[in-house]
Design a protein around this ligand. Sequence first.
Ligand code: NDP
Length: 340
Amino acid sequence: MARRYEDREADLGLLKDKRIAVVGYGNQGRAQALNLVDSGLDVVVGNREDEYRDVVRRDGLPLFSIAEAAAQADTLMLILPDEVQAEVYERDIAPNLRQGATVSVAHGYTLYYGIVEPRGDLDVVLVAPKMIGEGVRTRYLDGTGFASLVGVHHDASGQALATALAIAKGIGGMRPGAWVATIEEETVSDLFNEQTWGAALLAGMMESFDTLVSAGYDPDVVTLELFASGELADVLAAATRDGLLNGLRLHSPASQYGQLSRAPRFSSPASRESLAAILVEIRDGRFAKELDEVGRDEHRKIDELIETYRRHPLFDAEQRIRDAYAAVNAGSAAPDGPAS
Ligand code: NDP
């Protein structure tokens, strides 16, 4: 069982009088930087001259080029998209980092694949919030916090784990606790989750839509039922709070029995083979190679895929429902809704 540290076991004092440079001010970087400031720590931001610089200025944090931020960092938080980290690290960060500084990543990806290889005098740690950036900020502000995985890639000072815990506490990522993971565990399980459960949700929605609409059911009714009403989000929230099985008790007996009796149909040898193949591609570096090519092409492949998916009629129905919700929330009638 992974060791779990409680909030009280982390010492924020380790980061007092130390300068933290947050490099990258996107989904995670902004949320983590603001939380660290609100935790009373000394934070500067490193960002290239591009769109997110304006956000840093609006937030009022000290802003530098990435090279300048790296040069003053006791702790450098590398919170750039994974596929650009190597280039930026080699060019702007590595030559400027002080002896004995700490480098912290929010996902183990570049360390696991050996894409970023920090010098031996540095502490290198993982502080991975198990939360999207928006939740990192809102849950810090409302006091609920979120869990983190923490790990050590290289411990030059003998203090690396303690520093990782202090960072986790500073960003609000220890309220439920922080679990210790290896870089490999965090990287592989995170990618696997995205490529299995995340991918299956998307495919399952589209396949279910096709099955029901081909059988003659109305696309909007089907889409509302599948996910667009928000019921699915509440179901998942209840499952997170009460447990996957306990959460079922909030459903009708028909729903409970339907889910429990049909779930084994999706645990087939074929689906187990797909899961195993995805794990192999993650571990042997094939997925990382693909992602590297996608990153080199400025993520055009992602835009192309989204456009291809968007042609599926599920997303037309989804848009109609979202428009209706937006109109109601804005206080006007739903567009083209039928008079009842
Ligand atoms: P974002 O895409 O939101 O990061 C955008 C930031 O990266 C901006 O500051 C942008 O600056 C900068 N940036 C992008 N490309 C470059 C480049 N080539 N050179 C210099 N700066 C660049 O990423 P996320 O915040 O989503 O992810 C960051 C890290 O956090 C990753 O390691 C990810 O795995 C991890 N993580 C993300 C989670 C999430 O929920 N998103 C959850 C947990 C971990 P600008 O465009 O202004 O130049």
